[in-house]
Design a protein around this ligand. Structure first.
Ligand SMILES: [Zn+2]
Ligand SMILES: [Zn+2]
Length: 588
């Protein structure tokens, strides 16, 4: 058994890291890159005892097999495989079984490897954390290495604090300290190690889930998905028909359905077309599930329809058509679904991917690590004007791919990233909340100023105070237009009732233009951080209208001569968003 060059490189990187550091580490290897060989080789060369953890019995079996290929067979500790042995130098365990039998893990391990490590949560009561505490009690120098193809969690983002490319990951909720190795997908495909994903154009029908809003820490709600599907009666029929046609020249098809009801509907349509198809859902009895998977791998079944079952730990290399009929807010989940089709196999060089739910994630693009703010967002590259780091943020592009807007807040660059010690994050902020006491820049959601520790006023609290006084009005902005007003810039805001509010900026002198920059251009910029044109005339600004965003709310005060602008609120998500919370009278 010979390891591929990148597998050897991954092994060498891990050894190099742990020789000089006890920081917990993550290595990112795409599905199908042969993670189990990498961990088996690490287990072989490790001096002390090694524990390999994963969450499904299929992966326990797969990892144990690879360990046995490279060295002495390890012992298996997994109830699902009817084995509970933890005596060998290398132990391959399911996290559930191990966490339920902590007393059998009282010998010291030197290396803990976690497969599919994006599942590790920081929750102290989780099975992973229970095991970690137990293992650390036996060996405080325990080395922890996680392997995954998808290093982020929906809701919390990156699973590591920093990346060896000199980038900050997640400084608050990361389960691991450092990402030490990441292998992109494209070279593996180019070298023929993985099948090439081909995204199908010309869909017979497509679901429109664009109105769905992801729940804060979870994916979309099943109820809302059902209500969208309910309005698209014919789409499922058309999709099933197209799948049957396309599958004629294919070896194996996996269909990811959105809900159990939806999956049954798809299954019945396939059966009506005379296809061999079966359904796998979370409640399918284990024995039946094993039989169905065996039949599918033996190509006795052509279609396997499932609801969130076949995303990890399932390996059928012959699969050459992946049909995604479910929406997901999780890039990880999308990549895991596609990953089921990328393993190489005889008579297969590519895999057809059909995204009937218009999820639209790019398989090759670097990840953003935070939830996608809306379905039109794509990852965009935004260089930091201070340190030059190439940030990847969610944003919007025009038809030419030029960046119209981005949602980045702080530069993710690490200063002095070459050191293994905690490097500092670049302090440049693309969008900031200015502290009224010291002028320091803070995250737009910060409550305490990081520079002077003073309490930042909660915008809602301030609005409540101000609006209870007379002569104040909260203007709910719906539209904004820039106008050349005899050489001055006139900004025309319009509220939901059609009322206008105007601001005027003079541009004749340099101090006037500086004020314009501070009061209008900077806060209204849709893509902060990019060099701004040195605007000299109002007509230049009018021509660049599309580069500016409007505030959601504008706080106004009545003066003898009209309404005075007090404050504009961008990136606001408080209780004054809806007109039910506050509606005051306003007249120009
Ligand atoms: Zn920077
Ligand atoms: Zn301050």
């Amino acid at each position: 058994m010979k390891l591929r060059d990148y597998q050897l490189q991954a092994v060498a990187t891990a050894i190099g890291h742990f020789k000089q550091s006890n920081q917990s580490a993550v290595m990112v290897l795409p599905t199908g890159a042969g993670k189990s060989l990498v961990l088996a080789e690490l287990a072989r060369v490790a001096k002390g005892r090694v524990l390999i953890l994963t969450h499904v019995k299929e992966l326990v079996a797969q990892n144990a097999e690879k360990v046995g290929l490279l060295s002495q067979p390890g012992s298996i500790f997994a109830a699902g495989l009817n084995q509970k042995d933890s005596r060998a130098k290398t132990v391959i365990a399911s996290v559930q079984s191990a966490a339920r039998n902590l007393s059998q893990f009282e010998q010291a391990f030197s290396l803990l490897i976690i497969d599919e490590c994006h599942r590790v949560s920081l929750n102290a009561d989780s099975q992973y954390q229970l095991l970690f505490s137990q293992l650390r009690r036996q060996n405080s120098e325990l080395k922890i290495l996680g392997l995954t193809a998808t290093p982020y969690r929906l809701g919390t983002g990156w699973i590591y604090q920093s990346h060896y490319h000199g980038r900050v990951g997640n400084t608050e909720n990361a389960s691991f300290e450092r990402c030490i190795f990441e292998l992109p997908l494209r070279p593996l495909i180019n070298k023929g190690y993985l099948a090439k994903p081909i995204l199908l154009d010309g869909l017979a029908a497509q679901y429109d889930f664009s109105a769905l809003q992801p729940l804060s820490s979870m994916d979309y709600s099943e109820q809302e998905i059902e209500s969208v599907l309910g309005k698209m009666g014919r789409a499922t029929k058309l999709i099933a028909g197209q799948l049957v046609q396309l599958a004629a020249s294919k070896q194996g098809v996996i269909v990811f359905a959105a809900t159990v009801r939806h999956a049954n509907e798809v299954l019945n349509l396939l059966l009506q077309h005379g296809q061999s198809a079966a359904l796998l859902i979370a409640t399918t009895p284990e024995k039946e599930r094993d039989q169905l998977i065996a039949a599918f791998k033996a190509k006795q079944l052509k279609f396997l329809v499932n609801v969130a079952v076949l995303t990890t730990g399932f390996d059928a290399p012959h699969v050459d058509l992946i049909a995604i009929l479910r929406p997901t807010a999780s890039v990880s989940l999308f990549q895991q679904m596609v990953g089921r089709g990328l393993r190489s196999a005889p008579d297969k060089s590519q895999c057809l991917i059909i995204d009937y739910a218009a999820n639209g994630y790019d398989l090759f693009y670097p990840e953003v690590g935070s939830p996608r703010p809306n379905s039109k967002s794509v990852p965009v590259q935004v260089p930091c004007p201070e340190c030059g780091f190439a940030n990847i943020f969610w944003g919007l592009t025009d038809n030419d791919g030029d960046i119209i807007e981005h949602y980045g807040r702080r530069c993710q660059g690490l200063l002095a990233p070459e050191t293994n010690t905690a490097a500092t994050q670049c302090s440049y902020r693309f969008r900031a909340r200015i502290c009224p006491d010291c002028g320091g820049e803070n995250d737009i959601a910060a409550r305490v100023c990081h520079a002077c520790q003073s309490q930042l006023i909660d915008p809602d609290k301030r609005l409540k105070e101000v609006l209870s006084k007379q002569h104040h009005h909260l203007f709910r902005c719906q539209q904004m237009q820039l106008i050349d007003h005899n050489g001055d810039l006139k900004v025309h805001y319009q509220d939901s009732d059609g009322n206008p509010f105007y601001r005027y900026f003079k541009m004749q002198t340099a101090p006037q233009r500086r004020a314009l920059y501070a009061l209008f251009i900077k806060p209204h910029s849709r893509a902060p951080g990019f060099a701004q044109k040195k605007y000299q005339t109002a007509s230049e600004l009018v021509a660049d209208q599309h580069k500016f965003r409007m505030p959601q709310l504008i706080l106004l005060k009545k003066q003898p001569k009209g309404w005075q602008h007090l404050d504009s609120f961008f990136d606001y998500s408080g209780r004054y968003q809806n007109s039910e919370t506050y509606s005051g009278s306003f007249s120009d």
